[in-house]
Design a protein around this ligand. Structure first.
Ligand SMILES: Cc1cc2nc3c(=O)[nH]c(=O)nc-3n(C[C@H](O)[C@H](O)[C@H](O)COP(=O)(O)OP(=O)(O)OC[C@H]3O[C@@H](n4cnc5c(N)ncnc54)[C@H](O)[C@@H]3O)c2cc1C
Length: 413
């Protein structure tokens, strides 16, 4: 950038802090605004996995036929707060319209550049600062009851192969030699090498925000309420703490981006895919590296605070508090998977994955407003946040990335 520009980044989750750091590195003057402390939104409670191989959306072929049955099965980790269904219905219909082979392959191709080099992107983002201590290189395993259950997931594994990810398969005794914490419910492990995880996702984002401040960036606690536009171009971000004049804005407020984008005339079909975690504190007989328990649709990750088991999908909007049934099922599946697990105490959390109907993040400029979107990362925001932040910073500073960004165009809906 020839002249230092002032850029306001709205939202200090993993995506916002990544954008703020890369913009500052490029020489911009950056203000990072969040209504709370950095890293307290969805980025706080995720499973912490840098899931480079997560290139397959939830809307795989067959979901339309299977979905209703799964929703009614109390043993399956998909839940609905039925009173929310009328509000959800338009989004849900569009979401399910992508549950076909063509769209799934297209979405998978779009997700790959955002997630595939996650470990390198996190290293590049955090290097030289206090956040790097939270990052651990590791395997990422997928646990199945047996070969038949693994083979039932063949479609997903085929897409991962297309993206360049091939697992090592362990069966029988080899599973328990690799990870003694598993009980007999796990008969096959698909182990992905060269992945990684974050030992405290909230602490990590907070440390990145500290690095940003040490670089000269300004962190402000304020709630963004609107934008001031003149001739269609942003002049300022308006907050409950006053006005922040700027040349450009990055809108990275996760699920809360929808009403802010609407202020700019962009109606994004974005819903919360609610997810939960339980932290088992002071665990004994817990797994040593992150494991996706396929039947329970949760990941068990060894973290600083204990064993965090995070996952499940529930539809029910942003306002309702946590439901008991998903947490009960999560506890039950954890017990079945790790039968010898003991712990001192537990802590529960509900969070909101920002899910656009087509499962692809929005990265690009809203019209010619000078406001750039960086949200909509549903299940893969921790993994893909650093890359997204770097891409959006490049778009603003003129350092155009050499990947095709058409799939992420925020004006596509
Ligand atoms: C149970 C669960 C497990 C998950 N596991 C993983 C995983 O293992 N790996 C992975 O890659 N992803 C995972 N995810 C997904 C990931 O957590 C999200 O995609 C990611 O955190 C989204 O980050 P973000 O920066 O877009 O949003 P957020 O972290 O939600 O940040 C948005 C910020 O915007 C702020 N904000 C909102 N409105 C305003 C306003 N008006 N003014 C000012 N500030 C505002 C909020 O306070 C918040 O800090 C998981 C999610 C869940 C729920």
């Amino acid at each position: 950038m020839s002249v230092a520009k002032h850029i306001v980044v709205v939202g200090a989750g993993i995506v916002g802090v990544s954008a703020a750091i890369w913009l500052t590195r490029a020489g911009a003057k950056v203000t990072l605004i969040d209504k709370n402390a950095p890293g307290q939104g969805t980025s706080f409670g995720n499973a912490g996995v840098l899931a480079s191989c997560s290139v397959v959306p939830v809307t795989a072929p067959g979901l339309v036929l299977k979905g209703p049955k799964l929703l009614l099965d109390p043993g399956f980790p998909l839940f609905m707060r039925w009173s929310y269904l009328p509000k959800l219905a338009p989004w849900l219909l569009r979401y399910l319209s992508h549950a076909n082979d063509n769209d799934t392959r297209r979405i998978s191709k779009g997700l790959t550049p955002i997630v595939a080099d996650s470990v390198e992107q996190h290293k590049a983002l955090s290097e030289g600062g206090g956040a790097s201590r939270y990052m651990v290189p590791s395997d990422y395993s997928f646990a199945y009851a047996d070969r038949a259950a693994f083979e039932a997931d063949a479609y997903t594994w085929q897409l991962r192969r297309v993206a360049g990810f091939e697992p090592d398969i362990l069966e029988g005794e080899a599973v328990h030699e690799y990870e003694p914490a598993f009980g007999p419910a796990v008969g096959l492990l698909a182990v992905m090498r060269d992945h990684g995880y974050i030992t405290d996702p909230g602490g990590y984002v907070a440390a990145l925000a500290e690095t940003f401040a040490e670089m000269g960036g300004r962190v402000v606690t304020a709630e963004v309420t609107d934008f001031d536009l003149v001739g269609g171009t942003v002049q300022a971000v308006l907050t409950d703490q006053g006005r922040f004049d700027c040349d450009h804005v990055v809108l990275s407020a996760g699920i809360w981006s929808k009403p802010l984008a609407a202020k700019l005339g962009l109606n994004v079909p974005l819903e919360s895919e609610r997810g939960y975690h339980i932290v088992f504190k002071e665990p004994v007989s817990a797994p040593k590296s992150p494991t996706m328990v396929a039947a329970g649709k949760f990941v068990a990750t060894p973290m600083e605070a204990g064993l965090r088991c995070a996952g499940i999908v529930e539809f029910g909007g942003l306002d309702a508090g946590p439901s008991r049934a998903p947490l009960k099922l999560l506890r039950k599946t954890v017990e079945q998977t790790f039968p010898d697990l003991t712990y001192a105490d537990t802590e529960e959390w509900l969070g909101h994955r920002p899910a656009p109907t087509d499962s692809l993040p929005l990265i690009g400029e809203i019209g010619q407003s000078g406001v750039y979107t960086a949200f909509g990362h549903h299940h893969i925001g921790l993994t893909g946040g650093p890359k997204t932040g770097r891409l959006v910073a490049g778009l603003i500073t003129g350092d155009r990335p050499n990947i095709d960004l058409a799939a992420y165009n925020p004006n596509r809906f």
